[in-house]
Write a protein of this length. Structure first.
Lengths: 151, 274, 333
């Protein structure tokens, strides 16, 4: 399946990029598909790609010990994950597993970082979006924590 | 013209059916002995004869006038006794009280409803009211989160909503149980996947205080303005008449000025999430 | 202002006559000071004149501590209350706004209000904690009561305030218009003297609006300090002319008993889930002042503190709210 910039424009994460910037992203991306129970990556894996979920359902979690997986939450369509691939040491903070057949946009992290350095406007936009994703994840985690405390 | 109605006197309503929604939650179907109607989002004071009364927002459609449904969670003395009641007994109803959802204001707009836990009870009434006027609405989206799959009340509601034109419903749970294959996480995560036109939208938030706080913060971050967010503040309503003082939240009587407020009305009121 | 006069002995006789058609309460001198009693032929001679003030406020006559609001019958018999100071008369205005509002009109309160004739007294002295003038209230009534009553020598002077007061006085055959200018000017002089006395003894106390600002901006420390001796007895709220919070208690047969409550009691804001936002004492203590000086003024046009000072007298922990306000008043180091 070939993605076009019009497909990207429908996804909230890519709002605000110019057509040229979207073309640049397309050139460093590919589509990947996963079956139910496929592990996209494990906690502590070294990551080389940043993902945006296009279709399907993924679960994100942490492991206390091998095979003891704790599901923390779902990743919804349109959401960015594997952002650790952009920041050194590029180590994942969580594992991600497909809960239903899933389709993701996989963006090459090295090429993304190069573009961030080269094009300030692109870099600022991208970093802001990644920051917002992490901020939401933190806020949701605190919400979860407060729920647990009240119980 | 002197008003001789006694504002403290309840009308009697026969409990005709008790529906088990979850281990702690039951829905009571009541048939009032006198004519009774309410606006969606308004509340009633429901009493057990000689025991006590508690405030509830009816969960049934405001357009059904021969009966009303009230969803009761067992949380304290009065509700525990309510849970032991069997059909055939009479309960007392005072009301309706307060300012409910201004449904006409939602005409022509996309309505986003964020609900959590027991907040689904008033939301169900709102959904019925919105369904009644759906030709006047652009879209209705429900995002609902419960602690576990079995804590979700009105389970058939979600598939029914998704089959109504212009309506979408999404669910998430905090903790999975066997057999759950849907979204996991707090209800704000569902906001990532919905498609909504912010310029022409209003948001309704109803649920436990923590959920309302985080939900409102996320909606503001998304770009909703203060007057686009409608909050249902349930706070210790007692007389329902704006007199006894128990529900005061800053200068507001929740029972009279609310329970539905827009966020810009409450922005400067301290401790609204306690 | 229309003044009438009647000889005191005629006045006493007239009241005794009225006992046949009215229930009459009057502020009388007793061993502790002044308080209301039901009038009978024995205590007419002890009715108190010209001085502040009965220990009980008017609130008690309109909002009983406990009443049945489902099968209770609203008051129908006419009553007269003699001896209310202006601070209590003004306090009734807030109660009227709350209980007589157009959406939910309390028939029990309304019947009592409509069937009561209020005869206020002019205060020509003050009690230790009186501070009505600080909040813009005069120590005498020329509005909102039905009649005002002053004793001068062996004469009772009546100020007609309302049409209801006029109708009431028309029953007294021996009442005549007061034409003696000297007496009227003596009364005016005494008013000014009483006002000056009150203003002087309350110098430094911020006015109502200013108090609202300082209460709102006060930090936690002062509430902690002043509430240290509070035992949450609720006396302040009980005795206060404008505190009216209540509970509705269910009794069998869907009966409801309305009983006065106080935000000073722990558990006032406790909800079924167990949370109680006013659980901590300093917070609960502060709540009453926020309510009276900040929130009620935002909602109601009538004043929520009339400066009667009863809360200071009644407090068993000897907490004085005016000391707190003066400590926070701008201009003090």
């Amino acid at each position: 399946m070939k993605l076009t910039i019009d497909d990207l424009k429908k996804i909230r994460f890519f709002e605000g990029y110019s057509d040229k910037q979207l073309e640049t992203i397309l050139m460093m991306s590919s589509i990947k598909e996963f079956k139910v129970k496929d592990i996209l990556f494990e906690q502590y894996d070294e990551l080389s790609e940043v993902y945006v979920l296009l279709e399907g359902s993924l679960s994100l979690g942490i492991s206390l010990a091998k095979e003891k997986r704790i599901h923390l939450g779902s990743i919804e369509e349109g959401q960015l994950f594997s952002w650790s691939a952009v920041f050194t040491p590029y180590i994942s903070t969580a594992w991600v597993m497909a809960m239903a057949p899933a389709k993701v946009i996989a963006i090459d992290a090295k090429r993304l970082n190069n573009e961030i350095e080269k094009d300030c406007d692109f870099g600022f936009k991208t970093m802001s979006k990644i920051a917002q994703t992490i901020s939401h994840r933190l806020s949701d985690t605190r919400f979860q924590l407060m729920n647990q405390m009240i119980l | 013209m002197t008003n001789t109605k006694n504002i403290y006197k309840p009308i009697k309503a026969k409990l005709t059916e008790v529906i088990d929604e979850s281990p702690l939650i039951k829905t009571f179907v009541l048939v009032p002995e006198e004519e009774f109607s309410f606006g969606t989002g308004q509340f009633i004071e429901l009493s057990v004869d000689g025991i006590g009364e508690a405030p509830f927002t009816p969960s049934s459609s405001p357009h059904v006038t021969d009966k009303l449904e009230v969803t009761v969670m067992k949380t304290g003395y009065v509700t525990e006794i309510m849970h032991s009641l069997k059909p055939g007994v009479y309960m007392g109803v005072r009301g309706p009280f307060g300012r409910g959802y201004p449904v006409e204001v939602f005409y022509g707009k996309e309505v986003l409803i964020l609900g959590g836990g027991c907040g689904l009870a008033p939301i169900r009434s709102l959904l019925y009211a919105l369904e009644h006027v759906k030709d006047n609405l652009e879209k209705v989206i429900l995002c609902y989160g419960s602690k576990t799959p079995s804590d979700c009340i009105y389970k058939p509601l979600f598939s029914r909503l998704n089959s109504i034109e212009k309506f979408e419903a999404y669910r998430t749970v905090d903790r999975v149980e066997e057999g759950w294959d849907g979204s996991v996480g707090v209800v704000t995560t569902l906001l990532n996947k919905i498609k909504i036109n912010l310029m022409n939208s209003i948001a309704v938030v109803c649920g436990p205080p923590i959920m309302m706080k985080f939900g409102t913060i996320r909606l503001l971050e998304m770009g909703y303005k203060d007057d686009q967010i409608y909050l249902s503040m349930e706070k210790n309503m007692s007389c329902g008449l704006g007199k006894c003082g128990h529900c005061m939240m800053g200068e507001f009587f929740v029972c009279k000025d609310g329970p539905v407020f827009t966020y810009n009305e409450l922005r400067n009121t301290p401790d609204i999430w306690k | 202002m229309q003044y009438l006069s009647i000889k005191k002995e005629e006045w006493d006789k007239a009241i005794e006559q009225l006992l046949l058609s009215y229930i009459i309460f009057a502020a009388v001198d007793n061993e502790f000071g002044i308080d209301y009693e039901i009038v009978n032929s024995e205590n007419i001679g002890r009715i108190s004149y010209n001085k502040a003030k009965p220990a009980t406020s008017l609130k008690t006559f309109f909002l009983p501590v406990k009443e049945n609001v489902t099968s209770g019958a609203p008051l129908k018999k006419q009553r007269v209350i003699i001896g209310a100071p202006n601070c209590d008369i003004q306090g009734l205005k807030l109660l009227d706004e709350i209980y007589l509002d157009k959406d939910f009109n309390d028939i029990f309160y309304r019947e009592r209000r409509e069937n009561t004739i209020l005869i206020s007294i002019d205060c020509f002295d003050k009690q230790e904690h009186c501070h009505c003038t600080s909040y813009g209230i005069k120590p005498w009534s020329d509005a909102d009561a039905d009649l005002a009553m002053i004793r001068t020598g062996d004469l009772i002077v009546l100020r007609i305030i309302s049409p209801k007061g006029q109708d009431f006085v028309n029953q007294f055959s021996l009442v005549q218009a007061l034409r003696d200018e000297n007496i009227i000017s003596e009364i005016d002089k005494a008013h000014k003297k009483a006002e000056s006395l009150l203003i002087e003894s309350n110098k430094g106390l911020p006015d109502y609006k200013a108090t609202g600002i300082i209460v709102k901006n006060a930090g936690d420390e002062i509430w902690k300090r002043y509430s240290a001796r509070c035992v949450s007895c609720g006396a302040c709220a009980t005795i206060c002319p404008t505190c009216t919070c209540f509970l509705l208690i269910d009794k069998p047969g869907f009966e409801k008993i309305k009983q006065l409550d106080a935000c000073q009691y722990p558990g006032f804001e406790r909800v079924a889930g167990g949370e109680d936002s006013l659980n901590e004492l300093p917070r609960r203590f502060r709540n009453r002042y926020m309510c009276k000086y900040v929130w009620k003024p935002q909602k109601f046009s009538s004043i929520a503190c009339t400066g009667c000072g009863r809360c200071i007298e009644a407090c068993i922990g000897k907490i004085n709210k005016n000391e707190l306000f003066m400590e926070l008043a701008p201009g003090r180091s």
